[in-house]
Design a binder for this molecule. Structure first.
Ligand code: CA
Length: 130
């Protein structure tokens, strides 16, 4: 089970993603705009953040920069734009992975598993004595 913060303004997508996460036994909380999302991840300290790129208050790529200034939490970006340059920019800005909308719930699950595996391995490495 993972603790997830979802930042997504579209109510339909938000509901669908929360339902998928609950079905797979994850605990998820959602914010409907960027600044609430930033606040939520600071108080909740989730295992992974799913970040919509098109938010009403702060552009997702800027929010990603703000998240990275305060947290190393794994971030999966959901973008409506299948835009090579934007994806490269996001990965460079600290995104761990991305999804292109509309995405299938199974793909979201698989990408979450992948980033969680990587962050668990990294935490283990840090815990090992030098
Ligand atoms: Ca959106």
């Amino acid at each position: 089970m993972a603790h997830v913060v979802l930042i997504e303004d579209d109510p339909g997508i938000r509901t669908a993603v929360l339902r998928t996460l609950a079905k797979h036994g994850h605990a998820a909380e959602a914010a409907t705009n960027g600044l609430d999302g930033l606040q939520l991840l600071l108080t909740e300290e989730p295992d992974v953040v799913i970040l919509d790129l098109g938010l009403p208050d702060v552009p997702g790529d800027r929010l990603l920069g703000m998240i990275r200034a305060v947290s190393q939490v794994p971030v999966i970006v959901a973008t409506a734009r299948d835009d090579e340059q934007m994806i490269v920019k996001l990965l460079d800005a600290g995104a761990d992975d991305y999804l292109v909308k509309p995405f299938q719930p199974a793909q979201l699950e698989a990408r979450m598993r992948a980033v969680l595996r990587r962050s668990a391995a990294a935490a283990e490495e840090l815990a090992e004595p030098a």
